[in-house]
Design a protein around this ligand. Structure first.
Ligand SMILES: *Cc1c(COP(=O)(O)O)cnc(C)c1O
Length: 230
């Protein structure tokens, strides 16, 4: 068994245990392999091990891989997206996790319309309020969801967040709780056309805690592929 396969098996076990601990079904949680800087051979190992969502941070890198590899998996955009790349993003990705402003949503909607498709998106929320982070503020999230819900060619599926980095994953828990509570608050507003099924949260260091708090997609790079070499 390859190291990648072995890592994935262990992560799946951890996810299942975390789900059961919190009274959830393991099947409610999908594992995304975060493939920035990862070469094609190791991505194929992850696919062979059954991972069916790949997460990429950069449009150019993703475009090269997606066109060359031609594999039957979902590709999700998880990195900061510039509006001028929206045209490529709607053609390449099954879901964009990093929508955090009206300008970007406007471009994604416009480009989706010309490609005659509806793009699935998540709203990225900066729960911690750190200045270095992308994402709409928790206070501004509901208004942004309302605005984007009016676009015909975007479908809001849920929320995404990236908490600050901590040594102790327990320290990330309040941020995951905050995203879940924000989701519940938006659901209670019952905004037409808005689905809040997905909570994209949890990375290599803290995915078990994220699953305990309701994650439906965990985004994992290092724990699958080892440290990234840039
Ligand atoms: C790189 C990245 C990840 C994966 O991080 P790891 O710690 O390597 O698991 C997850 N989400 C986003 C948005 C990332 O940029």
């Amino acid at each position: 068994m390859s190291a990648v396969e072995d890592n994935i098996r262990r992560i799946r076990e951890d996810i299942a245990e975390a789900a059961l601990r919190s009274g959830r079904e393991p099947s409610e949680v999908r594992l995304m392999a975060v493939t920035k800087t990862v070469d094609d051979d190791r991505i194929l190992e992850a696919i062979e091990a059954g991972v069916d969502i790949m997460g990429e941070n950069y449009v150019q890198e993703a475009k090269r891989k997606i066109e060359k590899m031609d594999v039957d998996v979902e590709w999700h955009m998880i990195g900061h997206l510039q509006s001028n790349k929206a045209k490529y993003a709607v053609r390449l990705f099954d879901m964009v996790h990093s929508v955090d402003r009206t300008g970007l949503a406007t471009e994604l909607d416009r480009r989706s319309a010309s490609a005659e498709r509806v793009t699935n998106i998540l709203i990225e929320v900066n729960v911690s309020g750190e200045e270095s982070k992308s994402g709409v503020s928790a206070d501004g999230a509901t208004a942004l969801v309302r605005e984007i819900s009016l676009f015909n060619n975007l479908s809001i599926r849920g929320l995404m967040t990236m908490p600050p980095w901590f040594d102790n994953p327990e320290d990330a828990r309040p941020y995951f709780v905050a995203l879940r509570e924000l989701r519940d608050k938006i659901v209670a507003e019952d905004i037409k056309g808005v689905e809040m099924r997905e909570l994209s949260m949890g990375m290599s260091g803290d995915y078990q805690v994220a699953v305990e708090e309701g994650a439906t997609i965990v985004r994992i790079g290092t724990a699958i592929f080892g440290a990234r070499v840039y």
